[in-house]
Write a protein of this length. Structure first.
Length: 379
């Protein structure tokens, strides 16, 4: 108890300095949790998708659409069990900053090919029977406060005008990385109101034998090689990973920023501990004369540094988890974004290391300081 009281009294010697140091460490670890979670979420996105499904897109790029005539040809390709199509809409709901994905799909096939996307049977039936119906992710419903059977209006960007949809279904995703922030509606509705100018963005193919994915991909791309819209076919997982690579070398950027921040925080914490140790030079001399050993005095300093670092780290890490779980501002761009417990564990380990390193120098100085030198310094 006496040991704990000594440590706490030293921490409270300069409350403002201690609180500011705690705050700076907390901010650093909040940033660490955010950046680390971006990396883990991007990694999980590259694992999204089934190896039993292929994605066929325009070989020039994902932004170039595909002829509708490809649908039946792909569907009839040997080894392909079923084929469906997806088209990007790009509408705006009230505020352009509230971005979310909207896809025009084939309502008769799409959700049958995605068993990991759960839609109640009665809602799926109602969706298929109504041309202007939509199926919306659960989190998107919660974000805007929508309700089932509500009519919502999207302002078209690629396809101008006001587009009215009636929400007939709400889906949930078994895999968090799939995301629950997407808006699905009938392609026929888009095709009709766009004066028959809408085309398919890409195709999703369900395979009879996933082991034949490579051979089937090569066969499809060869089939359209000399057409006006040559194709690139790959597994759905590789297709999803391609979106991540479009961001550039995000991993390097995130790690570089994180390293710079932690180095700066380390210097701040170390400097704070050194200042505290210098202020207590006279006390160190008195404690030594009272019989405190060098190891005990060094442990005081290290424990103080650990407490500041661990407490600040815990506040920052748990704060990040709380913020992104209660209202995730990145969910629309990174489906499934969250601060994993593994990230918190790594963060606490780094916080402990930070405290040990920051307290090592002043602890060593306190331990090696002789009583005579300390009293002379005070005098």
């Amino acid at each position: 108890m006496k040991y704990a009281r000594l440590v706490l009294s030293n921490l409270m010697r300069s409350k403002r300095r201690t609180l500011l140091t705690l705050a700076s460490v907390a901010v650093a670890f909040f940033l660490f949790a955010t950046l680390a979670s971006v990396l883990t979420t991007l990694a999980s996105v590259t694992e999204t998708g089934s190896e039993s499904r292929l994605a066929t897109r325009n070989a020039i790029g994902i932004t170039f659409d595909m002829p509708q005539s490809y649908h039946q040809r792909l569907r009839g390709t040997p080894g392909v069990r079923e084929a469906t199509h997806v088209s990007w809409f790009g509408g705006v709901y009230v505020d352009p900053k509230d971005f979310f994905a909207q896809f025009a799909i084939d309502p008769t096939v799409y959700f049958d090919m995605y068993p990991e996307v759960l839609v109640p049977e009665d809602q799926l039936r109602a969706f298929r029977e109504e041309r202007t119906a939509a199926i919306v992710g659960r989190k998107l419903m919660e974000k805007f406060g929508w309700r089932l059977d509500q009519t919502v209006t999207l302002q078209g960007t690629i396809y101008p005008g006001d587009w009215d949809f009636t929400i007939r279904g709400v889906y949930e995703a078994e895999d968090p990385s799939f995301g629950e922030e997407t808006f699905y509606f009938h392609f026929d509705y888009l095709y009709e109101l766009s004066s028959q100018t809408a085309r398919h963005g890409w195709y999703i193919l369900e395979l009879e034998d996933p082991d034949q994915a490579g051979a089937i991909s090569a066969r499809i791309d060869a089939m359209f090689e000399n057409s006006t819209a040559p194709t690139k076919t790959e597994t759905e997982r590789a297709f999803q990973a391609g979106f991540v690579t479009m961001w550039g070398n995000v991993g390097f950027l995130v790690r570089a920023i994180g390293t710079a921040v932690f180095f700066a925080i380390l210097l701040i914490a170390a400097n704070t501990m050194m200042m505290a140790a210098r202020e207590r030079t006279g006390e160190v001399a008195v404690l030594k004369t009272l019989g405190f050993r060098d190891g005990q005095l060094a442990s005081f300093v290290i424990v103080e540094a650990l407490l500041i670092s661990l407490l600040g780290g815990l506040v920052g890490l748990l704060g990040a988890k709380l913020v992104f779980e209660s209202a995730d501002p990145l969910a629309s761009f990174l489906p499934g974004f969250s601060v994993a417990m593994g990230t918190i564990g790594v963060g606490l380990a780094i916080a402990a290391l930070l405290g040990l390193v920051a307290g090592a120098v002043p602890a060593w100085q306190s331990a090696r300081l002789s009583v005579v030198e300390a009293l002379r310094h005070v005098g």
